[in-house]
Design a binder for this molecule. Sequence first.
Ligand SMILES: *[C@@H]1O[C@H](CO)[C@@H](O)[C@H](O)[C@H]1NC(C)=O
Ligand SMILES: *[C@@H]1O[C@H](CO)[C@@H](O)[C@H](O)[C@H]1NC(C)=O
Ligand SMILES: *[C@@H]1O[C@H](CO)[C@@H](O)[C@H](O)[C@H]1NC(C)=O
Ligand SMILES: *[C@@H]1O[C@H](CO)[C@@H](O)[C@H](O)[C@H]1NC(C)=O
Ligand SMILES: *[C@@H]1O[C@H](CO)[C@@H](O)[C@H](O)[C@H]1NC(C)=O
Length: 253
Amino acid sequence: MLELNLGFRFAAFLFFTSTCFISLPSAQSRCTRGCSLALGSYYVEQGNELGSISQHFDTSVNDIVRYNRDTIPNQDSIPSFVRIRVPFSCDCINGEFLGHVFSYELRSQDTYITIAQTKYANLTTADWIRRFNTYDANRLPDSGTINVTVNCSCGDSSVSKDYGLFLTYPLRAGETLDTVASAANLSSDLIRSYNRDANFTPGSGLLYIPGRDENGNYPPLTSRIIRRGHRWNSCRNSSCGAVTCRMLLFWIL
Ligand SMILES: *[C@@H]1O[C@H](CO)[C@@H](O)[C@H](O)[C@H]1NC(C)=O
Ligand SMILES: *[C@@H]1O[C@H](CO)[C@@H](O)[C@H](O)[C@H]1NC(C)=O
Ligand SMILES: *[C@@H]1O[C@H](CO)[C@@H](O)[C@H](O)[C@H]1NC(C)=O
Ligand SMILES: *[C@@H]1O[C@H](CO)[C@@H](O)[C@H](O)[C@H]1NC(C)=O
Ligand SMILES: *[C@@H]1O[C@H](CO)[C@@H](O)[C@H](O)[C@H]1NC(C)=O
């Protein structure tokens, strides 16, 4: 009887300690889950084709057209010098940041720089591509696939629950936080609060901007993310997780 009781307590101890460790956000972990949709703002240059853009982003021409009814009236011809919106899923990568790892098929003459600047329209950088690949930057093979990582955002319940879809927006020459905010008809303060890590250098870097869905509406944060967000915020310094664990251990022992 005593043995059984001890065995039970030991099993319960193991079970609860493991759940405690799993549910405790570690100091380094910066995301717990992603979201099914984010948009990349892709500046179309002369000669870009919808077919190759959709290949780079592992999506279909139709899916791109769906998010650009006003700019791409006809999928056989795509206007140049406009921004189009490219849909992709925004994943929590290694618990560290939100992004999507695309697989890009190498061609001869490709470099990490040309891939970032021309194929991915500065939605990523050569440095950020290099981090996820084993190849030497100066010696890319002529064929094969590489990982191209594009960052994204799923929103932030501590800023607003009204926005749940975000555009990853590379600033181009002449653009600043204010020009982008007024073009989107959103306040600069709102955009600043979604980009706490940005340095807002005019004409370079990425911004995360609330985006409209294919029907032209701003989708709100979904309730699941909001609840997660609350728990995450209130447990951010892990005191809440630690207290729960201590209470459980106390009860078992
Ligand atoms: C990407 O950035 C480079 C360097 O700033 C610039 O020359 C190029 O036009 C940009 N490409 C696009 C598609 O915006
Ligand atoms: C993507 O996000 C990571 C983590 O926040 C950051 O270190 C990296 O510089 C970002 N990459 C780009 C291209 O902005
Ligand atoms: C791409 O990422 C995967 C998963 O991390 C890795 O196994 C693979 O080696 C990477 N590809 C290259 C070319 O480094
Ligand atoms: C911009 O937003 C304001 C309210 O925030 C609204 O009254 C106005 O119609 C919007 N303008 C455009 C062009 O969407
Ligand atoms: C941890 O978070 C709780 C709840 O948000 C807060 O009351 C407490 O002061 C924080 N503790 C520290 C050490 O930051």
